[in-house]
Design a protein around this ligand. Structure first.
Ligand SMILES: [Zn+2]
Length: 371
């Protein structure tokens, strides 16, 4: 019996699927029976006819009758159906040129080609890649690790004492339902890329030089300078006789490569649980040249100080080496330095963007500027 459109009593997903399936099968069956131009004309009128074609009936009976909450789903289904039926009718159209090729198969070589836009590096990815390449030239290799980490790798092995504020839920996003596990096995979203230092040292004996790019998460409400998801680039160098002089020389070189040979670096004492001594490194403001002023205006990126804080660094705390002693990192024999910086923050500074949220909203108008 020929297919007729039935009203839908039920708008559940399963009912829609079955009704659409039945309709497509009927259309396929009738398409297969088309033999000549006259058949094709009938076939087209029956399915695509404006006044009483099957698609029009489906529009009238399925879509208009659909209860409010099912309208969206029914609309999607009907659109899929339309596309498929149009396809079936299109495929049956017989072309008229002498070669016998159908209209769809004919190639008009004078038509301009399809323009496929080529993607470009996101400004954060671009910044990360530039920095990683600088360290690769110095002999560093790239190491990566999981974004979902255990408490052990994220905190314990990095010498964070149990009551350290970074372990507080104010800063760390813990995975729910982990309370049954021993504390060191509980899962969290890594708050820094530093766990990869431990994971790499466990696998590779010294000497070691690695640079670690990656995504990290913290419970920071989003604003112009904070995002709960951001990116770090971290580095670790371990060998015998590595000194703070090596740290300064390496980072000073990297900053000159990245920001330009005229920038100066300055190291100021700081504290991190996994390095001792620790420092924050500043570079002279590459926007105002260190003067703190831009013409008669104050320089905002350096807060008029002429210096911009770029990264944290320090000599690896011997306590950290104790956790990987069995992999060849005897704190009496090896020493090393580590550093970490925020790729997003550096991208903000480098490209003069004033809101970190712009990086993650996926607005093509914004991103296209770096294409
Ligand atoms: Zn400045």
């Amino acid at each position: 019996m020929a297919y007729t459109v039935q009203r839908l009593a039920d708008y559940s997903e399963a009912a829609l699927e079955s009704a659409a399936g039945e309709c497509i099968r009927a259309c396929e069956g009738e398409a297969a029976a088309v033999r000549d131009e006259a058949d094709l004309k009938d076939f087209r009128n029956r399915w695509l006819g404006r006044k009483n074609g099957i698609l029009t009936q489906i529009n009238d009976q399925w879509l208009k009758d659909a209860p409010k909450e099912a309208k969206r789903e029914a609309g999607i289904r009907v659109n899929e159906l339309k596309a498929r039926i149009n396809e079936l009718v299109e495929a049956k159209k017989v072309g008229g040129d002498e070669s016998g090729a159908s209209a769809a198969e004919r190639v008009d070589i004078s038509l301009p080609g399809l323009h496929r836009p080529i993607g470009a590096e996101h400004p954060v990815v671009k910044t990360t890649n530039e920095l990683v390449r600088i360290f690769q030239k110095l002999g560093y290799s790239v190491a990566e690790g999981p974004v979902i980490e255990t408490d052990y790798y994220n905190f314990e092995a990095l010498n964070f004492p149990p009551n350290h504020p970074a372990r507080d839920t104010q800063d760390t996003l813990f995975i729910a339902g982990q309370q049954v596990k021993p504390p060191r096995e509980r899962l969290l979203l890594r708050t820094h890329t530093s766990p990869v230092q431990i994971r790499t040292m466990e696998k590779m004996p010294p000497p070691l030089r690695i640079v670690i790019p990656g995504t990290v998460h913290r419970n920071d409400p989003p604003d112009a300078s904070h995002s709960p998801m951001f990116h770090q680039i971290e580095g670790l160098c371990v060998d015998t006789n590595i000194t703070f002089g090596d740290l300064k020389g390496t980072l000073d070189h990297a900053m000159k490569e990245f920001f330009g040979s005229s920038v100066k670096t300055s190291f100021r004492p700081s504290f991190f649980p996994f390095t001792e001594p620790s420092a924050e490194m500043y570079v002279s403001c590459f926007i105002c040249g260190g003067s703190g002023r831009r013409g008669s205006d104050p320089c905002r990126p350096c807060k008029q100080t002429g210096w911009i804080e770029i990264l944290g660094c320090g000599m690896v705390d011997p306590n950290v080496f104790e956790f990987v002693k069995d992999s060849g990192y005897d704190p009496k024999r090896v020493s090393g330095f580590a550093f970490g910086m925020g790729a997003d923050r550096i991208a903000l500074l480098k490209y003069g963007v004033d809101d970190i949220q712009l990086f993650f909203q996926g607005d093509v108008r914004f991103l296209r500027q770096w294409a």
